[in-house]
Design a protein around this ligand. Structure first.
Ligand code: GLN
Length: 195
C-alpha cells in the first residue's frame, strides 16, 4: 500500500493528514530523515516558510528532502510549501529555497492586509471548479520553461507543476472537495483515486 508523508515541523500538518485519511491513503507524519524511507509522496504544508525552512535545517532534514526529490518521488508544496520548493535566483534571502520547481515567488503577494480569501478556480487537468482558500498567500511571478501553469487568480499564477513537483499557493486541505489532493495522488504518487 502506498504511503504519503506530511512534513511535520510547523504549519497545517494535521489538516493534510486528515485529508489523506479521508481519501483512504496511508498518511504518515515526517519528522526524521528515516521517516522518508518508505514514502511514495510527500506534502510540504502551509505555515510560515521562514520557520519551516529553519526547522528543516536545524532538524537535519534538508539532505534527505533533496535526495527524495532526486529519486523522483512526488512532492506537493502548498502555500509556505510552495515558497520552500521555489528557486531564489537573485539570492534575496537566506531563507531555505529548495529549487525543486523553477518558479519565482512573491511572498504575501496578495497583500499582508488581505489575511485570507476564498475563490473558485479553473484548474488545468481538473474538470470541476476548485474551491481555493488563500491565507497570506504567495503567488508565482514567473515560471521557467519546464513549468506547466495550472491555475491563476487574475494575472497571478497560483498553481504549477514541473516533473515530480506540484505546488499551489492555496490550501487544498481546508476545503471539502479533495480534487487537488486527488490530482496529486493520481499524477504524482501513482495512485488511482476518484473524486
Ligand atoms: N505568508 C506565509 C509565508 O510567507 C505563507 C502563508 C501560508 O502558508 N498560509 O511563509
Amino acid at each position: 500500500r502506498k504511503k504519503v508523508g506530511v512534513l511535520d515541523v510547523q504549519g497545517a500538518v494535521r489538516e493534510h493528514l486528515l485529508a489523506l485519511k479521508t481519501v483512504g491513503v496511508k498518511a504518515v507524519s515526517v519528522k526524521l530523515p528515516e521517516d522518508f524511507d518508505e514514502l511514495d509522496g510527500l506534502i510540504i504544508p502551509g505555515g510560515e516558510s521562514t520557520a519551516i525552512g529553519r526547522l528543516i535545517r536545524e532538524q537535519g532534514l534538508e539532505d534527505r528532502l533533496r535526495t527524495f526529490y532526486k529519486e523522483g518521488k512526488g512532492i506537493f508544496g502548498t502555500c509556505a510549501g510552495l515558497i520552500l520548493c521555489s528557486t531564489d535566483e537573485s539570492h534575496e534571502t537566506n531563507d531555505l529555497r529548495l529549487g525543486f520547481i523553477d518558479i519565482e515567488v512573491e511572498r504575501n503577494g496578495f497583500g499582508r492586509q488581505v489575511a485570507s480569501f476564498e475563490t473558485s478556480l479553473d484548474f488545468t487537468g481538473i474538470e470541476q471548479k476548485v474551491e481555493a482558500v488563500f491565507i497570506r498567500a504567495p503567488y508565482i511571478q514567473s515560471v521557467g520553461p519546464g513549468v506547466k501553469v495550472l491555475a491563476a487568480v487574475d494575472d497571478k499564477i497560483v498553481a504549477a507543476e514541473q516533473k515530480n513537483v506540484l505546488v499551489t499557493a492555496f490550501h487544498p486541505e481546508l476545503t471539502e472537495d479533495n480534487v487537488v489532493l486527488n490530482y496529486f495522488l493520481n499524477h504524482f504518487v501513482g495512485l488511482s483515486v476518484t473524486n
